[in-house]
Design a protein around this ligand. Structure first.
Ligand SMILES: Cc1cc2nc3c(=O)[nH]c(=O)nc-3n(C[C@H](O)[C@H](O)[C@H](O)COP(=O)(O)O)c2cc1C
Length: 332
């Protein structure tokens, strides 16, 4: 087992090198606090934030910006495609106390691509160069970028793109090891993260398809990555960071038994603390879609919550499911 080498990005120490992936509708204050309570996280993240809308968002009311003091260190991910949006967005992130800023260069969603943002930007290196240069001039915070592997497996194109990011001052690159059009069911291409790592001297973080300690070990063996970024598994097994911290990086205590119903109820409580009433149920449904996969008959659980018309009804249905599905405490 390796002892983790802390990653240092400008003034920020990230230890263990375990990153929460930005996920729209999921990586909000409540999930971040749930993960923090479990331990093992190195760097938290917001979901992608539209650079155009960000300056006018109210940080106390916007569900995208609500944050409690303990959520630290927290990286804010920008969805940006126009250079003129960079300065107001970064000024706002400074005012919000961002501890790192990430640029979304990998989102394949058609709506995002139509805005010329996300993965569309990997086809526009000149624009990206201008965006990164503008951001770099305006912030001393760690500036990171998140990419996919591109449209097709094109080593030279990917290498030039990554070297350009490094050359413009990006401090860390996370790589979702799939091509733009590849669905989640496809096995991630972890060795390609290793190629990227070989080209760069900044830290390279592997992302995609890590759901367990075995996945993490395989990914590290195949990629040699400087750290791991976890997406969906953070909503399925919010204790995965603690597990990886201990078993992969030799940091933090061994993870004992988890009480999944208690963890689910705690998440509901955190939703209630973080969000206005009308914002809670949608976020519970989104989380439950992933969390329910812990159970053999989880689809019953997920659809019972999906069809609930109030938070109270969803809670009652969750209780009913837990009551008949398993003992309260089980090994992880
Ligand atoms: C519901 C959902 C929302 C996502 N939203 C974002 C996002 O806002 N920004 C981003 O860069 N990637 C986003 N992603 C991609 C994840 O960050 C990550 O790259 C992907 O899920 C692969 O990692 P995983 O296999 O650990 O889930 C999203 C993924 C999911 C499932």
């Amino acid at each position: 087992m390796d002892k983790a080498q802390p990653l240092r990005l400008k003034g920020l120490e990230i230890s263990p090198p375990l990153f929460l992936a930005p996920m729209a509708g999921l990586t909000h204050s409540a999930l971040r606090r749930l993960i923090l309570e479990q331990g093992g996280i190195g760097l938290l993240s917001t979901e992608m934030l539209s650079a155009g809308r960000l300056p006018s968002e109210n940080p106390h009311l916007s569900p995208y910006l609500v944050r409690s003091a303990q959520e630290s260190p927290l990286s804010y991910q920008l969805l940006v495609s126009r250079v003129e949006e960079v300065a107001p967005a970064i000024a706002k992130l400074h005012a919000l106390g961002a501890e790192a800023i990430d640029l979304n260069l990998g989102c394949p969603a058609p709506t995002v691509r139509r805005m010329g943002a996300g993965s569309r930007l990997m086809e526009e290196p000149v624009t990206v160069q201008a965006l990164v240069a503008a951001a770099r001039k305006l912030t001393d915070l760690p500036l990171t970028a998140k990419i996919r592997l591109g449209e097709t497996l094109d080593e030279e194109k990917l290498r030039n793109f990554c070297l350009m990011l490094e050359g413009e001052g990006v401090d860390l690159l996370s790589v979702h090891a799939r091509l733009r059009g590849e669905p989640f069911v496809r096995k991630p291409r972890w060795p390609w993260v290793g190629k990227v790592k070989g080209w760069l001297s900044i830290p390279v973080i592997a992302n995609g398809g890590i759901f367990s300690v075995d996945d993490a070990r395989n990914c590290l063996a195949q990629s040699g990555a400087d750290g791991l970024m976890i997406g969906r598994a953070a909503a399925i097994r919010p204790w995965i960071f603690a597990e990886l911290a201990h078993q992969v990086y030799g940091l933090g205590p061994e993870v004992g038994a988890v009480n999944k119903p208690a963890l689910y109820h705690r998440f509901v409580e955190l939703l209630e603390e973080s969000f206005l009433p009308e914002r809670r149920l949608g976020r519970l449904k989104e989380f439950t879609h992933y969390f329910a996969t812990n159970y053999p008959f989880g689809h019953h659980f997920a659809s019972a919550v999906q069809s609930s018309s109030s938070l109270d009804q969803a809670k009652e249905r969750a209780c009913a499911f837990f009551a008949k599905s398993e003992p309260v405490v089980e090994g992880r």
